[in-house]
Design a protein. Sequence first.
Length: 94
Amino acid sequence: MSEQKHSPLPWTAVPWHKHGLISLCDKDDFVVAELSGPNTAVNAPFVVQAVNAHAALVEACQAAETWFGGSVLSAQEQYIFGLIRTALAQAGEA
C-alpha cells in the first residue's frame, strides 16, 4: 500500500446549516474541503465513504491481483482480474 500523504482518516461531514455548506473534516477536525450546491447532502457522505474506504479497497484489490496473478484464468476470472486492475489504475495504484 502506498504511503499516506493526505489528511488523517477518518474524514467526517459537518453540516453548517446557517451557511448551507458541508465541511469535510479530517481526524483532527481540520477542514479538508467545503461542499455546496443542490446535491451537497448526498455528495458529502459519498465523498467521505469513498475517502475512508480507499485504503482498504486498494489493499483488497492488490491482494486479489496477487492471488490471481500468474495463474491460468478462466474467462470469468480474466474478467474479474480486469476489473481489479482497472480499479487499481483508477485509484492511482497500478
